[in-house]
Design a protein around this ligand. Sequence first.
Ligand code: FES
Ligand SMILES: [Fe+2]
Length: 370
Amino acid sequence: MPFVTTTESGAPIAGPTATLLYDDWYPALRTDTLKPNKLTTAMLLDIPLVLGRRNDGRVFAMRDSCPHRGIPLSYGWFDGNHVTCRYHGWEFEPCGGQCALIPSLSTHDHLDATRIYATAYPCEERDGHAWVYIPSAGTGRKADASQRRAVPELAKFGPRYRTAHLAADLPCNVDHGIIGLMDPAHGPFVHQAWWWRSRASIRQKTKRFEPIPEGFRMSAHAPSGNSAPYKLLGVYDQPIETTIDFTLPNRRTEIIRAGDKWFSSLTTVTPVTASTCRIDVIAAWNVFYHVPLVTPIAKFFGAKFVRQDQVTMIQQAEGLRHNPSLMLIDDADKPAKWYFALKQARLDSAATGAQAKHPMDGPVDLHWRS
Ligand code: FES
Ligand SMILES: [Fe+2]
């Protein structure tokens, strides 16, 4: 997929920026891109990262900057155990960042190399993502593991399932990426397709939402009757139930169950920079497990779907460059309003130490046509 956060000439598309949420896990890259003894770069929240996999299998993420003179560590070497800076050869253990060797030190030096640290971020592999924990500035290595939020993981309901991943760069900030993700009203216009739904199928809907910690849930419901994938699940002749959650900082999970058949997805919109983001969809399912070609077919339609959102956001970015004033309406934009309120509550709570206040008092019904 082309990198769309730059113009044809390669210049970054600089739209409005968003406030970023720290002290949380974000997917930096797919771990199948990590090769033995090789360093790979990524960017999260405007932080340049260098990632790799140690000989013992552990995945690591360091700030791509040598603490000595700031040259990117990714220009150096990695032997499976240590990252070596290409400028003066300092060696670092990459999971903790501790310096192991400064080749220039002589017997006359008293400097203890092991007291020097490069910045290493907590990094965990789940569902093929390298999740990196980005602490707020100044907390650094001191933040201890028990204080961290849990590493996100795709829900699975049995040992046998198939999986897929899709990604697309979006040239807008993370807020626009997220509100686009949970916007119920764009479906019939952006995702028109014979296999999904058409404008003519628009109908009035009522969905119940309830507060959950740092997010909200579209309560378990029978899925909309006017979309083909859900109709397909009807072949199992079991009641179908779907639950959609949004949780800070950037996650939408959808679980569809029909008897012992299930489909589960985790979609994240990750700030690459303050003005650009990337959408990742990971999914697992056991529906149609034995039907050949289901994975490539699912990926084909999934990619089309994500591409439709991407194209729309590229067009939107054109408009946003001029900083227009925007609006959020009831009820179709209510989830977007909750998102902004939840985000503000987290920011306020991080600043004051007080408990974050949830914007919802209890369950509420929203009505819209889509
Ligand atoms: S800049 Fe990295 S060792 Fe000097
Ligand atoms: Fe969409």
